[in-house]
Design a protein around this ligand. Structure first.
Ligand SMILES: Nc1ncnc2c1ncn2[C@@H]1O[C@H](COP(=O)(O)OP(=O)(O)OP(=O)(O)O)[C@@H](O)[C@H]1O
Ligand SMILES: [Mg+2]
Length: 280
C-alpha cells in the first residue's frame, strides 16, 4: 500500500465592486500573507469544501481572507452563494484589476470567482506560452492586505493550476479515504518536486495532509490514516469525518458554521482552522 505514495518525501451576496476598497483592509502591510493552495489531482476529495470552511473559520476569528477559484466548475461562488461580475478569467487576461474581481462573500472573507469563462481564458493563455504561468503571481503582486489567500484547485493538471503553483507557497492536500486519492496525492508530490526544481527562489511546501470523508468504523479508512501517518508523520491533520451536513451546507450556499454549527463537520473544521492558524 505504501508504494502508492512512492518514496517518502523529505524534506451569498455580492457587494458592489468597489475599486477604491483597499483589498484585505488597509493594515499598512507589505507582505501578501500566507498563500495556500488546496490541491489533490483526484476529484471529489473535499478541496472546495475545505477551502470554504477553512477560509470562513479563519475569517470568523478575525483574519482577513481571500479565496481564489482556479476551477472552471466555479464551486466557490456556488458554495458561498455569491454573485459576481468579473472573474478570475478577466484578471488573468488583463481585462480587470484584482479590485474589480474581488467580491465580499462574508465579513472578512473575499472571493475571486471562476466559471466556464476560465476554459476560454486558458486557451488564450496557452498562446502566450511559458510566460503565462507567471500571470497570477504577477497580477496579485500588489494585493497585500490579506492574512490568508486560499487557492481552490481543479482536479486536473492545467495551465491555470501551473499559475497557482507559481503563486502559492504552501499546499494543503485533502485526501479522501480511497486508494485513488492516494494516487492523486502522489501526483501532487511529484508536481511539487518539478515546480520547486524549475523555479529557483520560489519554494512550495506541502504543509498539511487533511484526511476527509473519514469513517472510523471502516477498516480501510483506519488503514489509510495509518499509512498517511507513516508517510507524512506530523503533517497529517486530524480527519474531517464524513458528514451529510457538509454536503447539505454546500448545496445551500452556506458554510458549515452557518448551516450546522454543532455538527461533526463544524467541529472538525474548527479544529483544522486552529491547526492552520497555529502553524503560521
Ligand atoms: N467530509 C465530508 N462528508 C460528506 N460530504 C462531503 C465532505 N466533504 C465534502 N463533501 C461533499 O462532497 C462533494 C465533493 O466535495 P468537494 O466539492 O469539496 O470536492 P472537490 O475535491 O472540490 O471536488 P472537485 O475535484 O470536483 O473540485 C460535495 O458535494 C461536498 O459537499
Ligand atoms: Mg472543487
Amino acid at each position: 500500500m505504501l508504494r502508492i505514495l512512492g518514496r517518502r518525501d523529505r524534506g451569498r451576496r455580492q457587494t458592489p465592486d468597489d475599486a477604491s476598497r483597499p483589498l484585505g483592509g488597509d493594515r499598512g502591510r507589505k507582505h501578501p500573507g500566507r498563500v495556500i493552495g488546496v490541491l489533490n489531482y483526484k476529484g471529489g476529495t473535499g478541496k472546495t469544501t475545505t477551502v470554504v470552511n477553512l477560509a470562513a473559520g479563519l475569517a470568523l476569528r478575525g483574519a482577513r481572507v481571500l479565496c481564489i477559484d482556479l476551477d472552471a466548475q466555479g464551486g466557490l461562488a456556488t458554495s458561498l452563494d455569491v454573485r459576481y461580475t468579473h472573474s478570475l478569467a478577466d484578471l488573468l487576461l488583463g481585462r480587470s484589476k484584482p479590485s474589480a474581481c474581488v467580491v465580499q462573500a462574508r465579513e472578512n472573507l473575499d472571493l475571486i470567482a471562476s466559471d466556464r469563462s476560465l476554459l476560454r481564458a486558458e486557451g488564450e493563455l496557452w498562446r502566450i506560452g511559458e510566460k503565462a504561468k507567471q500571470g497570477l503571481a504577477e497580477r496579485m503582486r500588489g494585493v497585500v492586505g490579506y492574512d490568508y489567500v486560499f487557492l481552490d484547485y481543479s482536479p486536473s493538471l492545467s495551465l491555470i493550476g501551473e499559475c497557482g503553483l507559481r503563486y502559492n507557497r504552501e499546499l494543503i492536500v485533502p485526501v479522501a479515504m480511497s486508494y485513488m486519492a492516494l494516487v492523486g496525492t502522489r501526483q501532487v508530490i511529484e508536481t511539487l518536486k518539478v515546480v520547486n526544481d524549475d523555479l529557483p527562489g520560489h519554494r512550495v511546501r506541502l504543509s498539511l495532509i487533511v484526511p476527509t470523508f473519514y469513517d472510523g468504523r471502516q477498516r480501510i479508512d483506519r488503514e489509510i490514516i495509518e499509512l498517511l501517518h507513516r508517510y507524512f508523520a506530523d503533517r497529517v491533520a486530524e480527519p474531517i469525518r464524513a458528514s451529510v451536513k457538509l454536503s447539505e451546507a454546500t448545496s445551500r450556499g452556506m458554510t458549515i458554521y452557518e448551516y450546522a454549527p454543532r455538527s461533526s463537520g463544524a467541529i472538525d473544521y474548527v479544529r483544522l482552522v486552529e491547526r492552520v492558524a497555529r502553524s503560521g
